[in-house]
Design a protein around this ligand. Structure first.
Ligand code: DX5
Length: 218
């Protein structure tokens, strides 16, 4: 079953609680909080305090997508704030195996994100230890960017590896996901779709926008 994961990056922050509740009521499977530090990506967004706020206003599982350098310094903070899934980028974790152990020690789900240019082979030795791989289908930092179609074979290859090895690892995609690209990534093998602007920047309600994405997969 494919899940839609609204990203609050494109939400109206003057009414964030309402927008998160709309995502929950509208059928979102999880909600993603995009953490950016202005170093790993050319944008600064939010920190654990926003995860705490989201935790207080919804029961949806929360993904903390750490687009930050030195994520190992903040794992416990995001776990305490209420994140259920902690996503770190392979590109900033020279000791990725240790960071995964650190996330596991908090009792949270561990996920690793790959930027568009990062090959999946780099996850070969830890794929069996994580709950999810996040394949970025844009260069991280901003919502509303165009989908990078060259990521489709990368998604398909990862799905093939997971299947061949009999692993239970989700494949999530993030960036430029809307009703035209959603069927493409699901066909390639993704089962969790992060959507920010398609959910929050459409002229429809959040529920209608999520339904539109789900209908595109039907
Ligand atoms: C990194 C962010 C965005 C966001 C989704 O840039 O992670 O990908 O979540 O952005 P949309 O769905 O608006 O492309």
């Amino acid at each position: 079953m494919t899940g839609i994961v609204p990203s609050i990056l494109s939400a109206d922050f003057t009414r964030l609680g309402e927008q998160v509740r709309e995502a929950e009521a509208g059928g979102g499977q999880r909600v993603q909080v995009d953490i950016m530090d202005g170093h790993f990506v050319p944008n600064i967004t939010m920190g654990p305090i926003v995860v705490e706020a989201v935790r207080r206003c919804a029961t949806l599982p929360i993904e903390a997508h750490l687009m930050i350098t030195n994520p190992e310094q903040y794992i416990e903070d995001f776990a305490k704030a209420g994140a259920d899934v902690i996503i770190v980028h392979q590109e900033v974790c020279p000791h990725l195996h240790r960071v995964i152990q650190q996330i596991r020690a908090t009792g949270k789900m561990a996920a690793v994100a790959l930027n568009p240019s990062t090959p999946i082979i780099l996850l070969e030795n830890i794929l069996a230890l994580i709950d999810m791989v996040l394949i970025m289908t844009v260069n991280p930092g901003f919502g509303g960017q165009d989908f990078i179609p060259e990521m489709l074979p990368k998604i398909a290859r990862l799905r093939q590896v997971i299947t061949e090895r009999g692993l239970r690892c989700d494949i999530e995609v993030d960036g430029g996901i809307h009703e035209a690209t959603a069927p493409l990534v699901v066909k390639a093998g993704a089962n969790l779709l992060v959507a920010g602007s398609a959910v929050y920047n459409s002229h429809e309600s959040v529920a209608q926008a999520i339904a539109r994405l789900k209908n595109a997969l039907a």
